[in-house]
Write a protein that binds this ligand. Structure first.
Ligand code: ADP
Ligand code: MG
Length: 765
């Protein structure tokens, strides 16, 4: 068994040989012996002499023992060494990753590198840095914490620290905001050296492609929206519109098209002049037919809140692309918010690549080893648990239909509940969690419900989830990073039992749920209930699972069946990886240009190279000779930055436009429009052309602005519109492809168009 696992691991980018770390570990222990006799002052006196990694680690261990009352276990020291070497460590939940990161953080900081510990959320940034603060301070190191509600002055101060605890998102938003500053003293971020990413698979893989966006300069949404939304509400499925089998795309039928055309009094909705209407109709149809309340989003405080598919939480500051967000607001009868203009954007993956060195930690890193290697060239490394995991993972119970599955789940819960063993039930979404909760109540079992609708009570509910007799129903959140402690007597009845009501599309997420149980050698158990009607199997044809789609009921446990389920998950994970890589390839083009652009902007911001423009604005420059050189230069810098930003904003919107064109083309399965070249190369060429073209206009724009702006001995009038662009901004992340492919909207447009033209459909499926 072990051999088989090892053989499997060896094929993955996973380091299984910990021998070199063990050698250092022995050295650390040897050094540690003499430290035990020192007074705390004596220990502190050693700090200036710490010239090797082993010596630093030894003092961190002793300091941790004295200051926190926690002596790091060998597994934590090994983990620390691996982190320092740049590995992503796989270390199970509850094994103490927070403390393990202290030594590598200190070793890096003492070497003069700025250290970022990127946490899963704001709460953990605070919790984890508070825990370790005494050790960091003992080493004379300063610690900064970034929280979403902090002002830019507070942020700037925090980023000055040696070690910074923050979410990757907050760092990203600060990065984007810095790109918009007109004075160098307004920027907040400092150099990005070393990062340790906690819950690395979630941040680095699941969220890799999520673009962080900063926007401003609002404009009104499409005027048609509300009327269109009303019209679409009356359309009938299978008559007026259809959806594909993956439920990832919706399109009007001919009947539906005629209805819309009649309603909006247009002869042919596919005429170019009706494009805005067609877009609104498509968006409204997607919002109506494909996005479900309590699965994809919830309505809260008169707004649309997105649900994170991996954590089941409300994803604050996350939106669909503007048009879709507005269409949803219209669907739910909410006031449609204004749409913003993108001022800057970066994906999390690109943000991470700005760090000189990254490493990470997670309880489920190995399952993402392939992705971590392909996306970041990171190696993973398994740190064995301190005590062997005692959890009993029972084989899946597989059902043909959901009804039998439901009643089996209820029976199982009732039976276990009788014994007093606490049960944590993971469901795929809010509506499922509520359905199951109701079902249990019908069966006389009251459970605690925990989902994005009441996650403010999370800490409280989780704290009780390990108590004798507790039944907790949650979406797949149940918090990364939070602890479920067992109540008195629970160990005797077998610890926490986990029931998963369906398998997720990624085995990692399944394992995260399982990992809530049997921490640190505690007893515990888990079992998944699967029905062939589950979403996981939507992607597969009848053929692949058809042979076992028989009468309703439970299927006999079979190895072949387990293999098929695992296979289904791997296929989807593989497809997701491919998609991430393709998206990355495209965004890489933009990222390279962004870097070139940023370099130029930074030079100007720090007053380098602005002289080159003086010649261009010579006339006005001379005319302002009564104004000091400093003030004139400052004014020119602002004018140049203002115009640079305008170029970049225009570039970003052009890029979106080009992408749409490429999708149209790609969706048609032909590159004839581009003379046979590959869409990717066309994209590169066009992106470069746009960039060159826009930069070519920069000089004239600078001259125009400089000539027209009001400048006196105080410099540019502070009320000038030049300062407006970035005055009010908002930052959020965008779900860039809510549906199956990022081209779905456009594919459906084309599909309709081709139908009109008499082509057979099916080309796009
Ligand atoms: P993980 O992030 O790996 O899930 P945490 O860092 O949250 O785990 O730690 C889990 C628990 O273990 C915490 O309550 C922590 O205080 C405790 N812990 C960590 N290291 C030690 C240690 N060396 N000795 C005793 N308790 C420890
Ligand atoms: Mg943790």
């Amino acid at each position: 068994m072990i051999k088989r696992i090892m053989a499997k691991l060896q094929k993955l980018p996973v380091e299984t040989n910990l021998k070199p770390f063990h050698k250092t570990l022995i050295e650390i222990h040897a050094l540690g012996e003499s430290l035990k006799l020192l007074s705390i002052e004596g220990l502190k006196a050693r700090i200036p002499e710490l010239d090797t990694q082993a010596k630093i680690f030894a003092v961190v261990i002793e300091a941790s023992h004295r200051l926190l009352g926690l002596r790091p276990f060998d597994s934590q020291i090994l983990a620390g060494l691996a982190l320092f070497e740049g590995f992503v460590i796989d270390m199970k939940t509850g094994e103490g990753k927070t403390l393990a990161a202290a030594a590598p953080n200190i070793a890096n900081a003492l070497a003069g590198r700025k250290v970022y510990l990127l946490t899963f959320n704001d709460y953990l940034a605070k919790r984890d840095s508070d825990l370790l603060l005494p050790i960091y301070e003992f080493f004379g190191l300063t610690v900064g914490i970034i929280q979403a509600d902090m002002s830019s002055d507070e942020r700037r101060l925090a980023y000055q620290s040696d070690i910074i605890y923050a979410t990757a998102r907050e760092v990203g938003f600060d990065f984007l905001r810095d790109q918009l500053c007109l004075y160098s003293h307004q920027t907040v971020l400092s150099k990005l050296d070393v990062a340790i990413v906690d819950e690395a698979d979630s941040i680095l893989v699941d969220e890799a492609r999520i673009p962080l966006v900063i926007s401003g300069d609002v404009h009104q949404p499409n005027e048609h929206l509300n009327t269109v939304s009303k019209a679409v509400r009356d359309l009938v499925k299978s008559v007026d519109y259809d959806t594909d089998k993956h439920h990832s795309n919706a399109h009007l039928t001919d009947i539906g098209t005629h209805k819309i055309e009649k309603l909006f009094n247009c002869e042919n909705i596919y005429d170019v002049e009706h494009l805005p209407l067609l877009t609104s109709v498509n968006l409204a149809l997607h919002a109506q037919a494909l996005l479900m309340p309590d699965i994809d989003y919830i309505v809260k405080n008169n707004g649309i809140k997105l649900i994170d598919e991996f954590t089941g939480r409300i994803a604050e500051n996350r939106r669909w692309p503007d048009g879709m967000q507005s269409a949803l607001e219209a669907k739910e009868g909410l006031a449609v918010k204004k749409e913003g203009q993108t001022l800057g954007s970066i994906t999390l993956q690109h943000l991470m690549s700005l760090f000189k060195k990254i490493s990470g930690m997670s309880g489920t890193a190995v399952l993402a080893a392939e992705e971590l290697h392909q996306l970041y060239h990171l190696m993973s490394c398994v740190i064995p648990p301190r005590r062997p995991c005692m959890r009993i993972d029972k084989p899946d119970r597989v059902f043909v239909d959901s009804k039998t599955k439901d009643s089996a789940i209820c029976q199982e819960i009732a039976a276990i509940h009788k014994t007093g063993q606490p049960i944590l039930i993971g469901t795929p979404n809010i509506s499922e969690s509520e359905r199951l909760h109701a079902l249990l109540v019908e069966n006389g079992i009251t459970g605690q419900l925990l989902n994005a609708k009441n996650d403010q009570d999370e800490a409280h509910i989780i704290a009780g989830a390990g108590a004798l007799g507790a039944v907790t129903i949650c979406t797949n959140l149940a918090g990364r990073g939070t602890d479920i402690l067992l109540g008195a007597g629970v160990k005797d009845v077998g610890g926490l039992h986990i029931i998963g009501t369906s398998r997720f599309e990624s085995r990692r997420i399944d394992d995260q749920l399982r990992g809530r149980s049997a921490r640190q050698g505690d007893p515990g158990s888990s079992q998944y209930f699967v029905s062939l009607t589950d979403k996981l199997f939507n992607h597969f044809t009848e053929d692949e699972f058809g042979s076992i789609k028989e009468r309703p009921g439970e299927l006999k446990p079979k190895v072949a069946l387990d293999k098929k389920i695992a296979h289904a998950q791997r296929v989807i994970e593989g497809a997701n990886l491919e998609r991430r890589k393709t998206l990355y390839k495209y965004s890489e083009v933009v990222e390279q240009q962004r870097r070139g652009f940023q370099k130029l902007r930074e030079e100007i911001l720090h007053q380098n190279g602005v002289e080159a423009f003086i010649e261009d604005v010579d006339e006005r420059w001379q005319g302002l000779s009564n104004i000091s050189n400093d003030k004139r230069t400052e004014a020119l810098i602002i004018v140049v930055l203002y115009n640079l930003d305008k170029v970049w904003i225009e570039y970003l919107s052009e890029i979106e436009y080009i992408k749409e064109g490429i999708h149209l083309n790609g969706a048609m399965g032909t590159s004839s429009l581009f003379g046979g070249s590959e869409p990717y190369h066309v994209f590169i060429r066009q992106a470069h052309e746009v960039f060159e073209h826009l930069m070519g206009k920069l000089k004239d724009a600078v001259v125009d602005t400089f000539n027209s702006v009001f400048i006196d001995e105080n410099g540019i009038d502070p009320d000038s519109e030049l300062f407006d662009m970035t005055k009010s901004t908002s930052s959020y992340v965008v779900v860039d492809n809510p549906f199956d492919g990022m081209d779905s909207q456009f594919a459906s447009k084309i599909r309709q168009k081709m139908k009109k033209l008499g082509f057979k459909s099916g080309i796009l499926d």
